[in-house]
Write a protein that binds this ligand. Sequence first.
Ligand SMILES: [Zn+2]
Length: 75
Amino acid sequence: MTKRVPIPAAVREYVCQRDGYRCCSCGSTQNLTIDHIIPLAKGGTNDSSNLQTLCRSCNCRKNGRYHLIFHPYWL
Ligand SMILES: [Zn+2]
């Protein structure tokens, strides 16, 4: 398991709201998680600018490709 620094509840709420309670990759509204765009291990932070809403399956798909920055589906 990867060691994780907990994201404050207020920050999670902000990110979910900003992303419209949808996965940034596929637009799903189910099984949403908060993902670090740049992993903490790579120098990322818990700042909302480094956080995005991803569904569980997109989050899993991203695993192992942490060197790529995940682009929101609307870009
Ligand atoms: Zn997704």
